[in-house]
Design a protein around this ligand. Structure first.
Ligand code: GAR
Length: 195
């Protein structure tokens, strides 16, 4: 299965995919890693292991027209690698409906909460603030909404009394890396079929 990965941050989830593929545990060909943040940890990790990487930046406060142009530039770059699946792994931008339509391949995302609860950019913080005792992570297919697409897999994580956002997020990410790799393996083996 040919994949392109988009990541904005440190890229630890992406690294789990790279490691599983390198160990022969995951039958994916990682064609490229892209980011909206030049110099992000994710791009550095890709470069370290010789995976092609690219950055398509979007300025803060971009206008609607600038966002549309950014979506189009990013879509063209991703499509140029001809992936079977696009994987969002800590990618903190919303892709437009037009991007998804025109790309024409499934897009999957990993999110640090049990969707449909706590969508958006602060899933860990929001679950803590709501006083939850259990949260977790979700791998889902991306649709035109914000974290609203069909749920593919979830794992629960207990919230401990002395947790802060960082400690909780780290424990969620341990589950998230496993869940992302397992879901990609199911997709690559044809055990899970996306619309
Ligand atoms: C992950 O927890 C991912 O679910 C989250 O960013 C983190 C990236 O960590 N994504 C979102 O919150 C998207 N809404 P990483 O850079 O260490 O892989």
């Amino acid at each position: 299965m040919r994949i392109v990965i988009l990541a904005s941050g440190s890229g630890s989830n992406m690294q789990a995919v790279i490691d599983a593929a390198a160990a022969g545990e995951l039958a994916v060909d990682i064609l490229a890693v892209g980011s909206d943040v030049a110099g992000s940890g994710a791009l550095e990790r890709a470069e370290r292991v010789g995976i092609p990487s690219f950055a398509v930046g979007l300025e803060p406060g971009a206008s609607a027209a600038e966002r549309q142009a950014w979506n189009e530039r990013l879509r063209e770059t991703v499509a140029g690698y001809r992936p079977d699946v696009l994987v969002l792994s800590g990618f903190m931008r919303i892709l437009s409906a037009e991007f998804l339509d025109r790309l024409g391949v499934p897009v999957i995302n990993t999110h640090p909460a049990l969707l449909p609860s706590f969508p958006g950019a602060h899933g860990v913080r929001d679950a803590l603030a709501a006083g939850m005792k259990i949260t977790g992570c979700t791998v889902h297919q991306v649709d035109a909404g914000v974290d609203t697409g069909p749920i593919l897999a979830q794992a629960a994580v207990e919230i401990l009394p002395d947790d802060d956002e960082t400690s909780l997020h780290e424990r969620i990410k341990v589950q998230e890396r496993r869940l992302l790799v397992e879901t990609l393996a199911q997709l690559a083996q044809g055990d899970l079929v996306l619309r």
